[in-house]
Design a protein around this ligand. Structure first.
Ligand code: PMP
Length: 386
């Protein structure tokens, strides 16, 4: 019977990130820089509001698109933060950013359609495209280029089967941000070749230098772009499973159709929590973002001083993606031995596509004291290898 499992499902490997966590559970005194999950709990005010709302009866199915008041609050939030005024019909609440990605990909892909993915990338993209019958076409970036894509390489990857370009800035796993001129070029290519663009902006509040920029604002992009976003990272709300996406009304209508048949509706209490997060004073979330920046800087300074380690500063998100090749050519072995000898979890770069080879992802999602301790252990390991 086993061979009857869907080919696309069989071919997708298990999540290396989750596998590393399982391995780590066999050790004591582990510091995990593995999972990309904020360490801050959801603020108490948000939890209390959601609890009260649950007691008031917000425990039923919700409208497919999500509660109207949450959509209205999000439209105001997007206007205040991005200067964009959207219609309610252009946006839908989803089951996390993941739910938005699934529904968008399912809405646009026919079997055999190609999706261009800039590599390294969040591993779920590859699996999701495959589950929708699509083909991923990776366009690599490299450590030397600061993990910024060269638009002519994207142009070369476009074929008559290309349906969409999927971008993610700030980037998981590299911490790079796509510069203004590259966004302009990618937008031009999308318009010229009549492509959809899926712009995953879940780390938009965690940009360390300047403000977040979106491809959505470029000429000709509103009719072809879906922006994916989420409460998970910026609001420390991973477990509530609330995300959203916006784009052209006709496309969001189809996304809602898919999401309705897959999920019925987004989580009721999660939406109430998200509404309360938007209504509360934003300083607590700004402080979290500032803390991630301080942590990334701490790790950058420590890594930069280590012999044989090459590293770029993180420009956004909470990740760094140092190259460890001079210490050990195989970064997966590096990650496994680091765990074994020093009980520090990092993720081998290959989990994010083959251009992640030679690098490891460090997630700055523990406090600065623990990060310093993790860097002491990392350094001891590095020095012991050379
Ligand atoms: N996109 C990226 C780039 C991510 O890193 C993540 C979470 N790791 C997501 C989307 C999905 O986030 P969620 O479903 O929790 O909103």
């Amino acid at each position: 019977m086993r061979e009857k499992i869907s080919k696309s499902v069989r071919e997708v490997g298990k999540s290396i990130i989750r596998e590393m966590s399982i391995r780590a559970s066999a050790y004591d005194n582990v510091i995990s820089l593995g999972i990309g999950e904020p360490d801050f709990d959801t603020p108490e005010e948000v939890c209390n509001a959601a609890l009260q709302d649950a007691l008031k009866g917000f425990t039923h199915y919700t409208p497919s698109r999500g509660y109207e008041d949450l959509i209205a609050a999000l439209l105001d939030y997007i206007e205040a933060s991005r200067g964009l005024r959207l219609n309610p019909e252009q946006l839908t609440i989803t089951h996390g950013g993941m739910g938005a990605l699934t529904a968008v990909l399912k809405a646009i892909l026919d079997p055999g359609d190609e999706v261009i993915l800039l590599e390294p990338h969040f591993p779920a993209y590859r699996a999701q495209v495959a589950f929708c019958g699509g083909r991923t076409v990776p366009v690599p970036t490299s450590f030397e280029d600061g993990f910024v894509v060269d638009p002519p390489r994207v142009e070369k990857a476009i074929t008559s089967h290309t349906k969409a370009l999927l971008i993610n800035s700030p980037n998981n796993p590299t911490g790079s941000v796509i510069p203004t001129n590259v966004l302009d070029e990618l937008a031009r290519l999308a318009v010229e070749n009549d492509l959809f663009v899926i712009s995953d902006e879940v780390y938009d509040r965690l940009v360390f230098d300047g403000t977040h920029e979106s491809i959505y604002t470029r000429p000709g992009m509103r009719e072809r772009t879906v922006v994916i976003n989420s409460f998970s990272k910026a609001f420390s709300m991973t477990g509530w499973r609330i995300g959203y996406c916006y784009g052209p009304e006709w496309l969001i209508d189809e996304v809602v159709k898919v999401a309705t048949f897959f999920n019925s509706c987004p989580n009721s209490v999660g939406q109430r929590a998200a509404l309360s997060a938007l209504r509360m004073k934003q300083t607590v979330f700004d402080e979290m973002a500032a803390e991630y920046e301080a942590r990334c800087q701490l790790v950058y300074e420590r890594l930069e001083a280590m012999p044989g380690i090459k590293v770029h500063p993180s420009q956004g998100s909470f990740y760094l993606f140092p190259n460890v090749e001079e210490i050990m050519e195989d970064a997966t072995r590096f990650a496994l031995e680091l765990l074994d000898r020093e009980q520090v979890v990092v993720i081998p770069g290959e989990a994010f596509g083959s251009s992640g080879k030679g690098c490891v992802r460090i997630s700055c999602t523990v406090n600065q004291a623990q990060l310093s301790e993790a860097m002491d252990r990392f350094e001891r390991f590095v020095r012991s290898c050379s």
